[in-house]
Ligand binder design. Structure first.
Ligand code: PRP
Length: 209
């Protein structure tokens, strides 16, 4: 049995469809209920719905053999897993944003609000810029508006949230997309099946390109 951690939500549904089209379907997953685990014993596959930011924890610790999560999570938490494939969906970018009129003149410590403290710290360390990280858990865009921070480091997808709050991208840090990740021990002991799943998914990524 291959255990798959899927990110709950719209991205997870897309990912499930890719698995289903690869022959690893599990029709009961589409029933609208609150169950979190679904399996198809004939196909040897079991899916779990997991909070997107928790997928890498399940995979790193072996509760799931494989999973799908955003590159943002991999960069932020640096889990000890293999990254096998870029699924080319869930595309967005990690960016620095601020009020339109903000200009960083390097005169004082930069106040950075973010959910992604590690990504933000590394980004500014690479520029030798002194910062003060303000760790938030959501609605990051509020921080510069209320003068809690000078800038934010956050995910930008359509740009609508920034626009509607009179903020703009000042710098792109890295492009983000969904990645197939694998537990290291599972890859050793279930190599053939995991490679088969990865190959089927890769064929779909290439077909959709
Ligand atoms: C993410 C991100 C931005 C928004 C960007 O928030 O933190 O707020 O999406 O999307 P857009 O560019 O298409 O507007 P999320 O929905 O995950 O909520 P939260 O960060 O407030 O928890």
């Amino acid at each position: 049995m291959i255990n798959v951690a899927l990110p709950k939500g719209r991205l997870g549904e897309k990912v499930y469809n890719m698995f289903a089209q690869s022959g690893y379907d599990c029709p009961s997953i589409l029933e609208n209920n609150r169950k979190l685990i679904f399996e198809n014993p004939q196909k040897g596959i079991r899916f779990f719905w997991v909070k997107p930011s928790d997928v890498s924890i399940y995979v790193e610790r072996g509760a799931a053999d494989i999973g799908v999560c955003g590159k943002d999570i991999l960069l932020e938490y640096e889990p000890d897993v293999y990254e096998l494939l870029d699924l080319n969906i869930g595309k967005c970018k990690m960016a620095v944003a601020a009020k339109k009129e903000f200009y960083d003149d390097n005169s004082s410590t930069l106040r950075v609000a973010t959910k992604f403290a590690n990504i933000a710290s590394k980004h500014y360390a690479s520029k030798c810029r002194d910062i003060d990280i303000i760790k938030l858990n959501g609605s990051i865009e509020l921080a510069p508006i209320l003068d809690l921070s000078d800038v934010i480091v956050d995910i930008v997808e359509t740009g609508t949230t920034l626009k509607e709050n009179n903020l703009e991208v000042k710098e792109t840090i890295v492009p983000i997309s969904a990645r197939l990740i694998v537990n290291k021990a599972s890859f050793k002991f279930k190599t053939e099946k995991i490679e088969n799943i990865a190959a089927m998914l890769k064929a779909q990524v290439e077909a959709n390109d």
